[in-house]
Design a protein around this ligand. Structure first.
Ligand code: PLP
Length: 393
């Protein structure tokens, strides 16, 4: 259950960290135990079972999409998970192809550039990849391909399935950032040829920030020998310890407790229902903002579509002159949303529906944006926006 005071008073619509329930918060408020105790091992076991469920059953039917693999919870945010995946699968002699159409695709490229020889397939942020161009970049010499499934910086859902096929045909490993899709949208492991998937606690899993998770496919597991891997992120070591419900180093015990409860909530809802809810709520944001007269930011073409977890909207020209006034008007209504990242700062706003929002909170988000737009002199039709959003819900 969400704290009533919180949902009425303050609505956190940023694309992470997202609101967490009272039960998840309460799980952190317990006497400390040793990370080497049987109590902690029981928590790790619950976390791993929950992660297995989410990673392996993120479909509309709930079917399993994995023929075998292991979930790992990591002490560190998703960026550490991204680096762990790359640095365990690539070294100085490796060729990596990194797909970049937003901030997090670029982050993968930057990580790969530190560990290997990296070629970027880069399009302007918010634009779609051309699979023919990706195909041309992936060669028989490519060892690893990285891409972001849901590009949080632009609100685009990228074609992991198509790129996974190209990587597999070239015999390359495929590492996918599912940070803002896993737990909220369809994500297929074997069908998409994903070797390692990364996600974060603080997004669709509705856990406080600080820890992250990986899914390592069986084929990769057998290849890891720890040689050359970063000490803290040696996945062979992490996998060995996980076999005993442990982590190699001291764990953030309260965060693991929180994640165990949050993942049990996900299991109670069931991934098919959870995906449908996320899709419905994102459609409500999209249609609501469109009906009030605002333009979507990303240019979704071909196999790329707009995200079901993060909605990015172009700020009208008049607001771009002073975006802070708009964000302040949103904040005055006790709602928090995000602006654009890096060079998109001042060009867009972004809202999230990741985690466990109820429909009224989505409607409040639409209404708040409309009212704040009017405060700064933009002639939007807030009522039409709220009505269109309601129809989607
Ligand atoms: C798609 C994506 N990947 C990676 C990250 C990095 O997460 P963190 O900052 O928790 O390391 C984020 C954070 O917003 C993200 O949205």
């Amino acid at each position: 259950m969400r704290d009533e005071g919180e949902s009425e008073e303050f609505l956190l619509l940023n694309p992470g960290p997202v609101p967490v329930t009272r039960e998840v918060r309460a799980a952190m408020d317990a006497p400390m135990v040793s990370h080497r105790s049987s109590e902690f091992e029981a928590v790790y076991e619950r976390v791993q079972a929950g992660l297995d469920y989410v990673f392996e059953h993120s479909t509309l039917s709930g079917r399993s999409t994995s023929s075998g693999g292991t979930s790992l919870a990591l002490n560190g945010t998703a960026t550490m998970g991204m680096e762990a995946a790359v640095a365990n699968l690539a070294d100085d002699d490796s060729e990596v192809v990194a797909l970049v159409n937003g901030k997090f695709g670029r982050r993968f490229a930057r990580i790969a550039e530190r560990h290997a020889d990296c070629t970027r397939v880069e399009v302007p942020w918010g634009e779609s990849f051309d699979l023919a161009e990706v195909d041309a970049a992936i060669t028989d010499d490519t060892d690893l391909v990285t891409m972001v499934h849901n590009e949080t910086s632009t609100g685009l859902l990228n074609p992991v399935s198509g790129v996974g096929r190209l990587a597999s045909e070239a015999g390359a490993r495929f590492v996918v950032d599912g940070v803002t899709s896993v737990g909220g949208d369809v994500f297929c492991l074997d069908d998409w040829n994903v070797d390692v998937a990364v996600t974060d606690a603080q997004k669709c899993l509705a856990t406080p920030p600080g820890i992250s998770a990986l899914y390592v496919s069986e084929g990769v597991e057998s290849e890891l020998d720890g040689e050359g891997a970063p000490f803290y992120e040696d996945l062979e070591w992490h996998l060995r310890k996980a076999g005993n419900d442990q982590t190699p180093f001291t764990s953030a015990v309260p965060l693991f407790r929180a994640m165990a409860v949050a993942l049990e909530d996900v299991q109670d809802e069931g991934m098919p229902a959870r995906i449908r809810r996320h899709r419905r709520q994102a459609a409500a944001f999209r249609e609501g903002f469109a009906a009030m007269g605002l333009d979507a930011f990303p240019d979704a073409r071909g196999p790329t579509v707009r995200s079901n977890t993060v909605t990015a909207v172009a700020l009208p020209e008049t607001v771009r002159a002073d975006p802070d006034a708009f964000f302040a008007a949103v904040g005055e209504r006790n709602v928090s949303i995000s602006g654009g990242q890096a060079h998109l700062g001042g060009d867009v706003f972004r809202v999230s529906n990741m985690g466990s929002f109820d429909d009224d909170e989505v409607l409040r988000g639409v209404r708040t944006v409309g009212e704040a737009m009017r405060d700064v002199g933009v002639d939007v039709d807030t009522a039409a926006g709220v009505e269109a959003a309601r129809e989607e819900l």
